[in-house]
Structure formats: C-alpha cells, structure tokens
Design a binder for this molecule. Structure first.
Ligand code: GLY
Ligand code: MN
Length: 356
C-alpha cells in the first residue's frame, strides 16, 4: 500500500470528508514527490494533486494515484480546492493545524467560504507517519550507513589542529561524497569543555584533548538519519569513564524498555533511572528520544511528557546524555525500529568508550 492509499484509509475512518495537505514534507510523504508549492486533497475515494507550472511536468511523470491539475492565474489553489469539494460533496475538510500559520488559516477560511468547514487533522498525518513500512525503514537504514561511513572517514582528522567548525564542514563534504542529498540538520561538533553543551554550535576552537561529541545525520531519498558519538581524544579520567559508562548503560536500559505498546515516557524513565541512581539526574535535561523519518523530530517521542504508546513500526532515537557545565558532556545516540517484541537497532557504529 502506498502512502496515498494509507492516508485514504485514515480519512475514511476519521470525522472528515477529505484531507488537505499543504506542507512540503507531508506532500512528499503522501506522494513521494518533492516540491516547494502545491496542495493535495485526499478523500476516501480519490486524490488530487495541484501544483504550479514549475512542477507540473515532473509531477505528471511521478505522482501516481492522484488526479493532477495545474494552478496559476485564475486557477488559484482555493478555487481548485473549492471546485473539487463542491463536485464531490466534501463539507468537512481536514487541514494541517500544526503546519498552517494563522494568516494562512484565515485566508483559506475566507476564500473557501462558509460551506466548507476546516477541521484540525494534523494528528491523522502524524499517526500515519509514525508507522514506517519496511521499505521506508530500508531507506532510513541507507541514510544511517552514509552517515556512519562519513563519520569513520573524518574522525582521523580530529586532534591534528582542526577546529570544530572545520571538522563539521569535512563531515558535510563526506555526506555529499557518499551519496547523501543533504545534511539532516547542522552537525553538532563540540569538544573539551564545550561538550557540556548538548546542542552547541561548532566553534573556531581547535579540537584538543578530552571528549569530542558529534551529532550528525543525512538526508537520503527524503529520509533522515540521526547519530551521536562521543569519543575521547587522549586518556579518559575516572570521572569521564564513569559518566560515559552511565550514559551507555542508560541507553541500553531505555532500548531494552522500548517495544510496541509501551508509553514513550516509560522508555525515558527506564533510562533516566540509571542516570539518577548514579547521581547525575539533574545533568540530563532532555528526552531519551524522538521520532525520526522525513523530519528529524516527529512523533512519537520517548520523553517525560509523552504518554502515548509507541506503535510497532515507529523509528525513534535513543539518546541519553549527561552534561557537566564547565567540565564535559557525553551523549550516545542510536536509532531503533520499534517492533511487537522490542526493537531493532539500525545504528552500526561501535559505542564503547573509544580513546583515540
Ligand atoms: N540529533 C539532533 C537532534 O536530535 O536534535
Ligand atoms: Mn536526535
């Protein structure tokens, strides 16, 4: 079943007559086609894809399962949507309440008129995207492999006077050389005392001795990877070893707790307990993990505030950390695929303490 069909099923079961997709990422999800402009409509019976002259030829060649029409001139998106809705008796139109700005919402509401009711339907899309097919998982695994190969290639450069920013740039060049279409987010490269900043921005400071944390990911076929490794340049002190091994243990316990049906916050709690028991509770301020897919952060989540159950097929990160301000920090991040029995780890890089 392709994602247009999957969404059609979801629309059929929801309290809406059709779903209107306006964000690029959800259009990509629904069609596999990437465009900066367009509107998709999905009813239980049919789908429509409207886009402008810049994309119409490519869309006609690649979008299947939807009727395609060109927008532009008098054929505004609101006119095209209104016409389809009138013709097919669509009165309740689901929209992406999490992606549409207030101004856009007001514009749609005014132009579509009183006959059509706009109904918040973001959750329908989030739920659909939360469950990855095996084919989607394979694409995410391919993205992980590119990121890992790139990391292995550039790591030997650390410690030879290169700065954090230069190493981050080398990583991005390696991503592209190895077949990525983009970086999934700006790589985090922080070393020494700066490794205590969970999302520190790479600086012009040469990487010296101590911990080096690198958090990085690529985009491949639209799908994202996400990995963090912390390595030690030189010998680790006993305190550094204790912190590193506590984070690793926390990650393993969190992964062990993760399986379909378990609330995301329980997975977080299993990892957080290890860190708290070791006396570092107040130095772990973020969630254990987040959903990953076409976005780097998506549902479901394994954080303290997420009470929803993880579905089979979810892909989440497993990334506890301990950050000691002014000293150092450690984060270890893998990506796991949730199954009925547990999870499959799709990250291949070793994660024991590495002194290089
Ligand atoms: N690895 C980047 C993030 O999770 O925000
Ligand atoms: Mn992450």
């Amino acid at each position: 079943m392709n994602n247009t069909d999957k969404l059609r099923e979801a629309v059929r079961e929801a309290d809406i007559d059709a779903l209107m997709i306006t964000s690029p990422v959800n259009r990509l999800y629904a069609t596999g086609f990437s465009s900066s402009a367009g509107v998709m409509l999905i009813s239980p019976e049919k789908a429509w894809f409207f886009t402008d002259s810049r994309y119409i030829e490519a869309a006609s060649l690649s979008v299947t399962g939807a009727e395609i029409a060109e927008s532009g001139g008098e054929n505004t998106y609101t006119k095209l949507v209104s016409e389809v809705c009138a013709e097919h008796g669509i009165r309740i139109l689901g929209f992406e309440d999490g992606a549409v700005t207030y101004a856009e919402y007001a514009g749609w509401k005014e132009k579509l008129g009183a006959r059509l009711e706009l109904f918040p339907a973001q959750k329908l899309l989030q739920d659909a995207r939360s469950v990855k097919s095996r084919e989607e998982l394979e694409k995410m695994v391919a993205a992980q492999r590119i990121a890992e190969k790139s990391f292995d290639e550039i790591l030997p450069l650390a410690g030879a006077g290169i700065t954090e920013r230069e190493l981050a740039n080398e990583l991005i060049i390696a991503f592209l050389r190895n077949g990525a279409e983009d970086k999934a987010f700006d790589p985090i490269v922080v070393s020494g005392e700066r490794s205590s900043m969970p999302h520190g921005v790479p600086s012009d400071v040469p990487i010296g001795r101590g911990f080096l944390t690198m958090d990085f990911g690529v985009v491949k076929d639209g799908w994202r990877s996400d990995t963090t490794r912390t390595v030690c340049l030189g010998r680790a002190t006993d305190e550094m070893k204790t912190v590193y091994n506590t984070v690793l243990e926390a990650q393993l316990r969190g992964i062990e707790a993760a399986r379909a049906g378990v609330p995301g916050r329980d997975v977080h709690a299993a990892a957080a307990k290890v860190i708290e028991d070791a006396g570092f509770g107040k130095f772990f301020g973020h969630g254990f993990g987040h959903g990953l897919g076409l976005d780097v952060h998506e549902t479901p989540s394994a954080s303290p505030s997420y009470s929803g159950a993880l579905p089979a097929g979810a892909v989440i990160s497993a990334e506890p950390g301990i950050y000691l301000p002014g000293k150092f920090g450690v984060r270890i991040e893998d990506v796991i695929y949730i199954t009925e029995d547990g999870s499959e780890n799709i990250t291949n890089l070793p994660k024991g303490l590495s002194e290089i």
